[in-house]
Design a protein around this ligand. Structure first.
Ligand code: GAL
Length: 626
């Protein structure tokens, strides 16, 4: 498959006279795709049932006839103001019970049935009108579900839908009471209509209640997306895409991905570094203009798994953004590196966000490929360079990795609900493991818990809430906290970990503050979390005081704590020698990814890095045939 580039464009922001010139320049830059439409509802339907499609018809014609393929976004992330007059109760509510008002975007509650019907209606009209257009080559549903924390809403509509969801799941209040353990603190219900949402309680709500609400909230996103996919598919065979975000655990991306043809995501490496990676100040300074060396790769690998292997980057940072606490400029070469890294991880297409910087409104300080006066911004030349490099690059494919890492949204909900330690964060736990695998030079498949471990040399499943019996048949590394609760968030009858094949019992757990790691005999330490265990399995690691820290039963390994980076590396080295897996120890900032045909190297470091016979400049990308 030929990898391609694209750009996000807002014809409604610019005078029509410049559309043709813009389109011509996009093509000259080597871009194949242009994404439009996703925020333009007020221009498509300025008043209820009063449509103005002509401008969009012309925009599609101008862009398409210039040779660009159109990705058409449904505009449902930005309902027009009149929609609020029609449905004043359509807004999402925050946990404090405050409405999240009109005046920016994403001002809707996923559970509002009438708004969901409106979203379906506008999608149907667009699909009917443009589904057969020769220029229309892909769809985007809505824009970034959960952006600005909008997937979870405590509105009245969410409450009614949640009561119904619980009635369907549990069938009777008695069953719900048993499932949640509501005898505790006399929280028992007689009727589903008594149920409330788990916000504004006096103290912590029942974690089983919260977990149910998180699952319910995820299902609302799935249903909202599904309604649009259903309409589009009636009129169009073009692939349907949604643009996910970085580090979002508020809905199950596998479930949403099941209705998509392609998962994409929006990659803003420098904004993420300062805003959500969890980096310390030293790393923030070191990677300030490059972004974290593992965060983008993690999401390419994760989202590739959410729609059967097809993934894109729908928005790629081109220069400084406007929304992070600080917004520095990338090192020259990084917008090129980020694109190549995405391709090396299997992305079919990378679209830069956005074509021209807007001189007005919220994002006027956000860079584009052009300055507001249409002169080139630095990333334009880099996009052109990537486009010309792609011309001479064969199809590199996307090899299956030899290592699998489970990422599971249910587990994220569970540990966010009851972390038990201030920094016990599921995403961070999985990401730490991923980082260790990357430092060792391994290519990774992120997978759901339905993975068949026999297909991999190693499968890691840290922090997995419940463990299916099918998670066997290959070398599996589980723990900490894996299999430590039931589906409804109780401690299992036989105590944790509930993993078949293990004869190990967790008798108590300790969460550890940052200044109190627990060293492991022979090197490395547990940080954040440690479990005291009784075991009949083989002890393979011990704490300094001799108590067991990791056990093994045949191919199953259980880690009774959260390994620090050195311990992860040690564990990997020991396993690798056993199963003949080649493990490297890459210098800081240097990363590697294997495809079917090539090995790619990326230098995220701010200075020249050497490794073997290679010398990589800052932002350097290097590839060799395998
Ligand atoms: C994304 C969003 C875009 C734009 C961009 C700015 O989250 O999808 O519409 O706001 O961020 O970086």
């Amino acid at each position: 498959m030929k990898r391609t580039l694209g750009v996000c464009y807002y014809p409604e922001h610019w005078s029509e006279e410049i559309w043709a010139t813009d389109a011509k320049r996009m093509v000259e830059t080597g871009l194949t795709w242009v994404r439009i439409g996703e925020f333009a509802w007020s221009r498509m339907e300025p008043a209820p049932e009063k449509f103005e499609w002509d401008w969009l018809d012309r925009a599609i014609e101008v862009l398409g006839s210039a040779g660009l393929k159109i990705i058409l976004g449904t505009p449902t992330a930005t309902p027009p103001r009149w929609m609020l007059d029609k449905y004043p109760d359509m807004l999402a509510y925050d946990a404090e019970g405050r409405a999240r008002k009109f005046g920016s975007r994403r001002h809707y509650c996923f559970s509002h049935q009438a708004y969901r019907a409106e979203a379906r209606r506008i999608t149907k009209l667009m699909a009917e009108r443009y589904g057969a257009s020769p220029h229309l080559a892909a769809w985007q549903t809505d824009n970034e579900y959960d952006c600005h924390d909008t997937a979870i809403s405590y509105s009245h509509h969410a409450l009614i839908a949640f009561q119904d969801w619980c009635a369907q799941r549990y069938q009777s209040p008695t069953a719900l009471n048993a499932a949640w353990g509501n005898v505790f603190w006399s929280m028992e219900y007689d009727d589903f209509s008594q149920l409330e949402l788990p916000n504004q309680t006096v103290t912590e709500a029942n974690p089983s209640h919260v977990l149910a609400f998180r699952r319910f909230s995820s299902d609302q996103v799935v249903l909202f997306n599904q309604a649009q996919c259903d309409e589009i598919r009636k009129y169009s065979t073009a692939p349907i895409i949604h643009n996910f975000m970085g580090r979002i655990t508020s809905f199950d991306h596998y479930d949403v991905g099941a209705d998509l043809d392609i998962s994409s995501w929006d990659s803003y490496p420098m904004g993420f570094l300062l805003d959500r990676v969890g980096a310390n100040d030293t790393d923030k300074a070191h990677y300030l203009r490059q972004g974290d060396p593992d965060f983008q790769a993690f999401h390419h690998d994760l989202y590739r798994a959410t729609s059967a292997g097809r993934c894109w980057v729908m928005e790629q940072q081109p220069g400084p953004v406007n929304w992070a606490p600080w917004n520095p400029a990338p090192l020259p070469g990084m917008p090129r590196l980020w694109a190549w890294e995405a391709f090396a991880h299997g992305a079919e297409t990378v679209c830069y966000f956005r074509w021209r910087q807007a001189p007005f409104a919220q994002e006027q300080m956000h860079a584009g490929l052009l300055l507001p006066d249409s002169t080139p911004a630095p990333a334009l030349a880099e996009a052109a360079q990537v486009a010309s490099e792609l011309e001479s690059m064969p199809d590199v494919g996307c090899a299956r990795a030899s290592v699998a890492l489970v990422f599971d949204y249910d587990s994220a909900y569970a540990w966010e609900t009851q972390p038990q330690g201030a920094d016990f964060d599921y995403f961070q736990l999985v990401f730490d493991c991923y980082r260790a695998l990357r430092r060792a030079g391994l290519s990774i498949d992120i997978v759901s818990k339905d993975v068949d471990p026999a297909a991999y040399k190693l499968t890691f499943a840290p922090g997995l809430l419940t463990v299916p019996d099918s998670l066997a048949g290959g070398v599996v590394i589980a723990g900490p906290r894996t299999g430590s609760k039931t589906e409804e968030f109780h401690i299992p009858a036989g105590l944790a970990p509930e993993i078949s094949g293990l004869q190990t019992k967790v008798t108590y757990v300790e969460s550890l503050p940052p200044f109190a790691p627990m060293p492991i005999a022979g090197g490395g330490a547990f940080e954040k979390w440690r479990e005291s265990i009784e075991t009949n399995d083989t002890i393979i690691l011990r704490l300094m005081d001799g108590s067991p820290a990791a056990v093994r039963a045949n191919d199953l390994i259980y880690l009774a704590g959260w390994p620090n980076p050195n311990l992860w590396h040690r564990i990997l080295l020991e396993l690798a020698s056993e199963i003949s897996l080649t493990v490297l120890d890459l210098p800081r900032g240097l990363r590697v990814r294997d495809t079917d045909t090539h090995r790619f190297w990326f230098n995220y470091g701010p200075s020249v890095t050497t490794y073997g016979s290679m010398t990589l400049t800052p932002a350097g990308v290097y590839w060799e045939e395998l």
